[in-house]
Each structure stands twice: as C-alpha cells, then as structure tokens.
Design a protein around this ligand. Structure first.
Ligand code: SD4
Length: 289
C-alpha cells in the first residue's frame, strides 16, 4: 500500500496495538495481526471488559463475545462463550474450519474444546469482588463511566494493502445472562470491506446494534466520505434516534484503504492508538458533547 502498514485500536491498549503493528512491519497479514493484537487484551486480567478478568453478568458468569473479519469478506464470530480465554481465535476457527460464521454459547464452547482450546476460569478475584459489591445494590443501568467501555476493536492494513479487523469483549458489566451486544455482530461492532476500509465500535451495544453503525460507516466511506466524516454521520443517526444520548457512550474508529483514520464519540474521554512507522501514537477522539 502507498501508506504502508498501519494498525489502529480503541482505547490505550498500547501493547496490543504495538504487537499488531510490529507484526505488520515484519510482513504479517492484516488478519494475523488483528488476531494476535487483540489476544494481548484477552489475556490482560487488569482489563475488566475483555477476556480473562472481564466483569461477569449479574449472576456471576463471565460470557464473552468476539468476531474477526478478513479481507475476502469472510468472518467468524462467537457469542455468549464461557471459560475460554481467546474468543477471537475461536471466532477465526469458526471462519476457517466450519461451514458457518457464528457459534454461540454451549455449541461455541464445545467447538472450542474440540479445536484444542483449554477450559479456564475467567472470573478473577478482583472482578468477583467488584461483582459482589455490585450485588449489594443490584442496581443496573448502563454506566456512562468511560472506563467501563474498554472493549478492544482493532483495524489493520497490511503491506499488501489488505484490511482486516477484530473486536472482543466481555460486554457490559452485570448484563442479563445471555445478553449479546454489538461486538460480535458484523456490521455493528465491526465491519470490513477490502475495497473501502473498516470500522469498529465500542460503547453501549444496544444503540450500536439499532443503527448497524460500522456497516454504515464503511458505506459512507464508499460513497466518498472521509473516515472522520463517516464516523460523525453515523453518530448523528444514533443521537437523533435517542434523546437520552447524554446518558450513554458510543465511540467509533474508522480506517480507509489510503491509511486515513477518523474517530468520533459522544462523551469526552475516548482515545485510540495508531501504530505506523514504528510509532504508537495515542490520539484523542473528536466528541459530540
Ligand atoms: C457491548 N460494546 O457489549 C460492548 C461494550 C463495550 O467496553 O464496548 N464495553 O455492548
């Protein structure tokens, strides 16, 4: 590609983005880079919104959602997956080793075990203690608190100019059992089109799902909008549809095939990372409020 390889990631997941960026500079494919990159956060037990250490649902079960999308338009996705540390890699296996593209719950778990993934306990003492504290009041409302919204979404453009993406999360803390958000849903949490670019979302999944936001962002880029303009127009849809927008956060990042990036969020506080030419730069998103 004219721009050279580039990796962009939601939030300040520096090690994840560097892992992907360094792989890309060594000639790795965008698909391998996004998978290896987001795996870093899936294993990071300090991150209470992804993988191991993720906050449980209100009954104390950690249930994970993830997807991965390839330059050829194929994708794999797992939802409501328990006791597996790397849902993104299970999602990739769903894409590559099955005739399907989504598996959920027990079926996804059994498939993972057959593929050689080890069962692990995802609930750490820290997230268990936080959940027990939550149980004292059991009050559920989506938390605007930006710290809660730290799903990892990553987009990579490789040396050949191909683009891929991945998104992985434990979803909203203390959600209902069985709840699935936008993150594993193609077109909502993540969308890639190798002719145009890609987009990922984080924040309140219910709002992102209603608007099929990342598909919209990619289609807007197809019709000539910059990644920044596309993110802003997609956010307008969310804001117009729900007058309660001050009470939730949504954030988008987008990358086009020229290597241009854009980002937009409702509440201040959302940052993202761009790795290019051996540099991992933290960027502040433009915000609506
Ligand atoms: C979800 N979008 O499950 C995710 C939540 C999120 O950091 O981004 N959390 O709705």
């Amino acid at each position: 590609t004219a721009s050279g390889p580039i990796s962009v990631t939601t939030w300040n997941f520096a090690e994840a983005n560097r892992t992907a960026g360094e792989l890309l500079s060594k000639g790795a494919s965008a698909l391998d880079a996004v998978e290896q990159g987001v795996r870093v956060e899936e294993s990071n037990i300090k991150n209470q919104t992804v993988g191991k250490g993720g906050a449980p649902d209100r009954d104390g079960n950690v249930t994970l959602d993830a997807c991965i999308m390839a330059p050829n338009g194929n994708f794999g996705s797992v939802c409501f997956l328990e006791n597996i540390e790397h849902p993104v890699s299970v999602a990739r296996k769903v894409m590559e080793e099955t005739p399907h593209n989504m598996l959920v719950g027990e079926g996804a778990y059994q498939f993972a075990i057959k593929q050689g993934f080890e069962p692990v306990n995802l609930l750490t003492p820290e997230s268990e203690a936080n959940w027990k504290k939550w149980l004292e009041e059991k009050e559920y409302r989506p938390i605007i608190n930006i710290e809660n919204h730290d799903t990892i979404g990553m987009l990579c453009l490789d040396e050949k100019g191909d683009i891929a993406g991945a998104c992985t999360t434990s979803g909203l803390a203390y959600k209902m059992r069985g709840r699935v958000g936008d993150s594993p849903i193609i077109g909502s949490g993540l969308f890639i089109d190798n002719e145009v670019g890609g987009a990922v979302a984080t924040g309140l999944g219910e709002e992102i799902l209603k608007n099929v936001s990342t598909f919209l962002i990619v289609e807007l880029m197809r019709s000539g909008k910059s990644p920044q303009e596309a993110c802003e127009i997609a956010m307008d849809r969310i804001i117009k549809k729900n007058p309660d927008y001050k009470n939730f956060q949504v954030a988008f990042i987008a990358l086009n095939k020229k290597g241009e990036v854009g980002s937009f969020c409702i509440h201040p506080g959302f940052t993202y990372l761009k790795y290019k030419n051996s540099e991992n730069t933290e960027l502040k998103s433009k915000t609506y409020l």
